[in-house]
Design a protein around this ligand. Structure first.
Ligand code: IMP
Length: 181
């Protein structure tokens, strides 16, 4: 058991298992994008570690860029406004592979997709290390999924709890109750 901030977490998926799964995903991506020069688009902050490890295993020519989702509430009743910041590449005609740490409700991913589609890419697929199908509220279909997991809060390998825990090399899951492993 480990403590991150004020919460206890127990081991969930260990680094060797993560590495092996990433190698398999990278092989599949390499086969699917052989002459397509894909542009990986990593979503900061959570996906930085996954994106780096994934890209090292991809064996075909590829590029990478990173975006950050910044959302803010408008004073008027228009609701949440999402902006994608950081993308300098022209996506026109490009094969884009979004690299995300986790798709939970899918709201973030659906907003990212809307923004990227505005730039007329040739194709857009999603790679996510973790996918919580039970939490999904949008019609998001990630093409490459590391692990489908139950609707529980995880930390480590780039994912945080209140900014902490990203440095952990393994994944941990929130302990069911305080003090219970
Ligand atoms: P969504 O919009 O609900 O799909 O949430 C996506 C974002 O919420 C992810 O990019 C994460 O930053 C964060 N998130 C969702 N579930 C978890 C979790 O279990 N651990 C850490 N962050 C999470």
């Amino acid at each position: 058991m480990i403590t991150v901030g004020d919460k206890d977490f127990v081991p969930f998926i260990e680094r060797k298992t993560i590495e092996a799964r990433i190698a398999a995903l990278a092989l599949q991506i390499s086969q699917d994008y052989q002459a397509k020069r894909p542009l990986l688009v990593g979503v900061l902050n959570g996906a930085f570690m996954f994106a780096a490890d994934l890209m090292k295993e991809i064996s075909v020519p590829c590029e990478i860029s990173f975006v950050k989702v910044s959302s803010y509430q408008q004073a008027a009743s228009t609701g949440r406004v999402t902006q994608l910041i950081g993308l300098q590449e022209d996506l026109t005609g490009r094969h884009v592979v979004i690299v995300e740490d986790i798709v939970d409700t899918g709201l973030t991913m659906s907003e990212i997709l809307t923004e990227l589609q505005k730039q007329n890419p040739r194709s857009v697929e999603i790679t996510t290390l973790l996918f919580k199908p039970e939490a999904l509220r949008k019609a998001i279909r990630p093409r490459y999924v590391g692990f489908e997991i139950a609707n529980r809060f995880v930390v480590g390998y780039g994912l945080d709890y209140n900014g902490l825990g990203r440095n952990l090399a393994d994944l941990y899951v929130l302990a069911e109750a305080p003090g219970v492993a």
